[in-house]
Every structure is written in C-alpha cells, then in structure tokens.
Design a protein around this ligand. Structure first.
Ligand code: SF4
Length: 402
C-alpha cells in the first residue's frame, strides 16, 4: 500500500491534480499545433489511450491560433507548452488553455514571468514550473558546473518565488532529468522542500524498450515513495504509447482503477502445448480492439495454467489439441485449439456483460473433467518436468545418427 505525500491541490480544467486526487496521466502531441484537425485527432487518440491531460506546443503565433480552435473541442484539458516567448503564453491564455508549462531555463526575465502569472491568476489557470536538466538556467549551470539535482531544485525555487511575489499559488513542478538516479534525487529533494503537486518524468527517455524501462525505473520508484501527482512518459514513439504506458503503470501499482485490458501470459516452457507468444499476441490484438476492463491470462499448458492464473478474470490454457477456457481458475469450456482465441474473446465479452457468477453458472458440463483428464494425460506423457525423458531419447538418437 503506497502512502502518498500530502500536496496542495490544483485544477487543470476539470481535472484535479495533487491532494487526494487520483494520479493523472499526461502526454504531448507531436503534430504541428496549427494543424487543428490533425492535432485534435491525436488529442482524442491520447485521451482514448488513458491520458487525462494533454500538452500541446505553443511555439508560434499560428500555434496559439490553433489552440483557440483546439481547446473548445478537446475531450481533456489542454496545457500549452511555452519556451522562450512569454507573449505566446499570454496568447495561449487568451486561446483558453487550461494550463501553462513554463520552462524557467528558457524564459528568464522576472517581469515577463510575473506578467504571465498575473494573467493566469485572473483566468484561474495553473502553471507548471517545468525545469529540464537539458535546458537549465545558464547561471545555475555556471554555479554548479552541471545539472545536479540541487541545481534543478534551485531553478524551480527561483521561478516559484517570482510566482509567489504576485500571489500566484496554482503551481505544479517538474524537475526532469534524463539520468534516472539524478531524476529520482531531484524529485526527492524537491518534495522535501515544497508541498506543491509534482509532475514526474524522465526526460528524453528515448525509444522503447529502453525508454520505457528508464521511465518506469524513475517514475515507479518515486510513486512507490509516495511522491508524484501526475506523470508523463517521454518516449521517442507514437505518443499513444506514452499514454498507454502511463496508464498501465498506475494500474499496475494499484494507483488507478483498471480501465482497459490487462493481459498476463506465462513465459512458456518445455511443457507448453502451444506457441504461447503467437497465441498471446493474437489474443492481445483481438482483446485490445474491444478494450474490455478485465485481466486475461494466456497459459501454455493445462497442467499448470488454470492454477497459476487463478487470479485472472478469465484465461485459456492449451493441452492435447484443445483450448481450455477458465474463469477464476475454474475450467468452463473446452474448444479445439484452432478456435481458442475466438472462444476467449467471446467468453470475455460475456463475462464483462454478465459477471463471474453468471458465467460460472453457464460452465459446460464435463469441461472441468475434460481438462483434468488432459492434465493427467500430459503429466503421464511429460513425466518429470519438460518431457526430459523424451528429449534425452531424441538427443541420443540425433547424436548417434550418421
Ligand atoms: S508450466 Fe505451463 S503454464 Fe507454466 S510456464 Fe510452462 S507452459 Fe506456461
């Protein structure tokens, strides 16, 4: 059970961030903001994949104009990402954005920051102080020699003071670093210093799988410490993957309710009666298209599959040319192996519609006995684990052949 650090709560549009609000997922569009329809299509895709808030760059006048059309049609709150030109922050506010991200390393003039804060305050719009190790304030880089955690935190604190000077408190903060231990240390340091909500991320994490691993290592470590109120995976990939990954991480940590599919699959072993990777991939594709909020198990053999995956809502295990469908570990249906993915999909739909008790009540007569017989037969055939006797004989036969 994770105990979250207490933070103030702010609102990005209708989404609460911090305090006791659920931890939110963010992502960022990669389209040109001036392309209103293209950007909106991506915003919808990101929202569908689990993003609660979407950030969009506001890097030119045409982008700010695009925001004026995008924001009213967006299904989720929109944050404008601002670098260098404070006037674009003012323009984005006029366009109706629900939040701003200011990079202290790129907008450094106090009067400009304060003028944005006054306007944001009048409109009730929060600001993220988005410090990034790669674009740290030059004075701090000179002072510390490199973007060490204390330098990132100092940058955030300087910016916060400017905001507080004009009574602006709707603040959240990020101190992103591409080096995971430095990122973790920066956020830990920051969380000891302020009680504003924190936006977590490993910057420039790169393409998956390495980018995913770095992001999970940094973000999950902090979440497990109770630090973090909103997260973003910064992947060099389709941003839909970022949103999915963020959502899945929170669901796996028990910090958000499951919204979509959770597919578990055994790693396969010598007992497998089917190509587990192929079946799991087919099942994932078919089930993801339906986006059913259940945990589904794909198991390579009926010897251990139903038992090992008894916590899953539904699953399938192969054996003796058949697929054994099970619900909460109890086998309810047996189908030819070639039909197992289709049957799994059909049963999954019914399970979501009718519930566990109803589907267990509809279990096929003898399904459990057929599965038990297949299991016993396999144990007889395989003997000790992984058919070692058969394999030894076959190895000897090959070794002795001419
Ligand atoms: S024993 Fe069966 S369920 Fe377990 S890993 Fe091997 S094939 Fe998969």
């Amino acid at each position: 059970m994770i105990t979250r650090r207490k933070t103030r709560q702010i609102h990005v549009g209708n989404v609460a961030v911090g305090g006791d609000a659920p931890i939110t997922v963010q992502s960022m569009t990669t389209t040109k903001t001036a392309d209103v329809d293209g950007t909106l299509a991506q915003v919808y895709a990101l929202a569908g994949a689990g993003a609660d808030i979407v950030r969009i760059t506001c890097n030119e006048v045409e982008a700010a104009q695009g925001l004026a059309e995008i924001v009213p049609r967006s299904p989720v709150p929109i944050i404008a990402d601002i670098h260098y030109q404070y006037r674009l922050a003012l323009a984005a506010l006029e366009a109706g954005v629900h939040g701003l991200r200011l990079n202290p390393g790129n907008i450094r003039k106090e009067d400009q920051i304060k003028s944005v804060a006054r306007e944001a305050k009048d409109r009730g719009v929060p600001i993220r102080v988005g410090v990034n190790a790669g674009s740290l304030d030059k004075d701090l880089l000179d002072k510390y020699g490199s973007p060490v955690p204390q330098a990132l935190v100092d940058s955030a604190l300087i910016e916060i003071r400017y905001l507080q000077d004009v009574d602006f408190e709707d603040i959240k903060i990020s101190v992103k670093h591409s080096n995971v231990p430095s990122m973790i240390e920066s956020y830990r340091l920051l969380s000891e210093t302020v009680d504003y909500p924190l936006h977590l991320g490993v910057t420039e994490a790169g393409p998956p799988p390495a980018g995913l691993i770095k992001s999970v290592a940094g973000i999950a470590t902090l979440l497990n410490d109770g630090i973090g109120d909103t997260i973003r995976f910064s992947l060099t990939a389709d941003p839909v993957e970022e949103a999915k990954a963020g959502r899945q991480l929170l669901e796996n940590l028990g910090l958000r309710e499951r919204k979509g599919l959770d597919l578990i699959a055994c790693p396969s072993c010598g007992r497998a009666e089917v190509d587990v990777i192929a079946v799991a991939t087919q099942a994932q594709t078919a089930l993801e298209a339906e986006n059913l909020p259940i945990q589904v198990a794909v198991m390579g053999c009926v010897v251990n599959g139903p038992g090992e995956a008894r916590e899953a809502d539904i699953g399938i295990a192969a054996g003796r040319g058949r697929g054994h469908l099970f619900i909460k570990g109890q086998v309810v249906r047996v189908v030819p192996e070639s039909e197992m993915v289709e049957a799994l999909l059909d049963e999954a739909r019914k399970l979501v519609e009718e519930g566990v008790e109803s589907r267990l009540a509809h279990a096929e007569a003898h399904a459990a006995e057929i599965a038990a017989a297949a299991r016993d037969e396999l144990i007889q055939i395989q003997g000790d684990a992984n058919r070692s006797q058969d394999r030894r004989a076959r190895v000897a036969e090959i070794a002795r052949s001419d």
